[in-house]
Each structure stands twice: as C-alpha cells, then as structure tokens.
Design a protein around this ligand. Structure first.
Ligand code: GLP
Length: 263
C-alpha cells in the first residue's frame, strides 16, 4: 500500500490525474474503472486539461463506472451517467462504444443484468486501474457497511448516512434513490491496480479505519488491505486521523516514495 499525502484537494486532484495520465500513456488501451462524487471533480478537470493542452489520448481507453442509482435514467441530471458526461466524457475523446456504466433504468431481472455487467468487464480482460472515492462510513462504490467482502456487482440498498450525504446532489423536493447498482468488493479487488482518493475532514475517520483499522465488512474500504497494488491519495484533512504518522514520515525519509509535501 502506498500512501500519498497532499496539502489540499487541488493538489490531490492533480496527483490523481497524473497517475491516470501516466497509466494511459503507458497503455493507450487501458481499462479504466471510474468513480463519481465531489472528490473526483478536480481529477476530471485536470484530465480534461491534459487532453486539451497535452493531447492526452483517451480514444482507445475502455471505461467501467463503479455504480449508478437505481431508478434514474441516464439523462436524469443527478444520475452518475449525467455526472460522467458533463465532467469527463463530453470533454475528452473516450469513444462512446468504450464507455460502460451500470444502467439505473434497468428493470426486471437485476441479478442477470448485474451478472452481464461483470461479464462485460471479464470479456474486456479485467480492469487495469480502478479509481475509488470513499464514503463517510467507509464504503467504496456503494458497498455499504456489512457488504460481503467477496461481493460482485449487484443491487444494494443505500444506508441512511449515504442517502443524507448524497442529498446535496438532488433538488430539495426530489426523492433520493434508496438503491443503487454497484460493483462488489470482490469485483473491485480484481482490478490490477487501485487508486483511492479522499478529501476533507468528513473522510478522516473512514480513511484511518480503512488504512489502519481491522479488516471488516463494517468498513468496506478496509478490504483494500488485501490488495497488493493500492495507492491512497489523501489531503491533509482526510489524513488527519491516521495514527501512524511518525512511521509514514520514516518511510518517506527512508525511501522517498511518498510525496514530500506533507505528512
Ligand atoms: C458516493 C459514491 C462513491 C463515492 C462517494 C463519495 O457514495 N457511490 O463512489 O466515493 O459518494 O463522494 P464524495 O466524493 O462526493 O464525497
């Protein structure tokens, strides 16, 4: 596990974009797992800039999004489809046929639909780099506390906490979806490499639990401890409750693998 601590959310976004851009340059047909949420906005903004100013080419990149609210059609302004189109896809050259996102408007046999999403990932050869945010309760994707650590793409009922946190994305009089389709923890752990971004004080407990806490379904991000190629990029506020700061400082001094700005 690599921990990169950044002084603020702008630098966090730039660092995340740098990692993604390097991966795309190394492998132009990268299979890239994508996430939504406020934390991702700066990363997407920087990737758009790199596309425009430095010709970062996404034309052969294949994308898979983590999750989508159930019951929201792709054109709903609060859907993750809309978020992705507005903040990334419409501004870069990812080929529409290479974009994969769970369909929130799917009806009927959800299990079969979710299995087909898994199959699409598998047939593409798996995900090379998965980007993740983290919920206040330590969820990744929409894998709420008590999710099986071996779970696959499926329908999840959202926790009260998550519904509250996502209220900001919805108009006051609008009903927030109660369920979502999300990749499972087992799906996420199969990615070759994982990059988790966390910003702001509301994420500090979740970050500390995920990195330093026990492996537990109560904090599904703690399952990342089982993965050999995980990088956490967190800003100062999100890293504030990490207890082993002194050790991370020593690691930095000894190996110089952590970014030197701040611990
Ligand atoms: C939602 C998404 C997660 C995301 C989280 C954090 O719950 N399903 O994938 O990590 O929000 O979002 P934000 O970055 O807005 O705090």
């Amino acid at each position: 596990m690599l921990l990169v601590l950044k002084p603020n959310s702008d630098e966090l976004g730039r660092e995340a974009a740098r990692v993604v851009a390097n991966a795309v340059r190394r492998n132009p047909t990268l299979r890239l797992g994508l996430a939504t949420g406020n934390t991702m906005l700066r990363m997407y903004r920087e990737l758009v800039r790199l596309h425009r100013e430095e010709r970062l080419d996404f034309s052969r990149v294949v994308t898979f999004n983590l999750d989508e609210y159930l019951g929201l059609p792709a054109n709903h302004p609060q859907s993750f489809h809309h978020f992705m189109r507005q903040n990334f896809f419409a501004q870069v050259n990812v080929a529409p046929r290479n974009i994969h996102m769970p369909d929130g408007s799917v009806k009927g046999d959800y299990q079969q639909y979710c299995a087909s999403y898994e199959e699409t990932i598998r047939k593409a050869g798996g995900i090379d780099l998965q980007i993740l945010g983290i919920g206040r309760n330590g969820h990744v994707g929409f894998n709420e506390p008590t999710s099986s650590l071996g779970s696959r793409t499926r329908l999840k009922v959202l926790s009260k906490e998550t519904i509250e946190d996502n209220r900001k994305f919805f108009a006051a009089n609008e009903e927030i979806p109660q369920c979502a389709i999300t990749m499972g923890i087992g799906t996420i752990l199969e990615a070759k490499r994982i990059l988790l971004l966390a910003s702001g004080p509301s994420k500090a407990t979740a970050v500390a639990n995920a990195i330093e806490g026990p492996l537990t379904a109560s904090v599904t991000a703690s399952a990342l401890q089982l993965h050999g190629e995980v990088t956490f990029i967190v800003d100062r506020e999100a890293g504030a409750q990490l207890k082993q700061q002194e050790y991370y400082q020593r690691v930095l001094e000894m190996t110089n693998i952590l970014t030197p700005e701040r611990l």
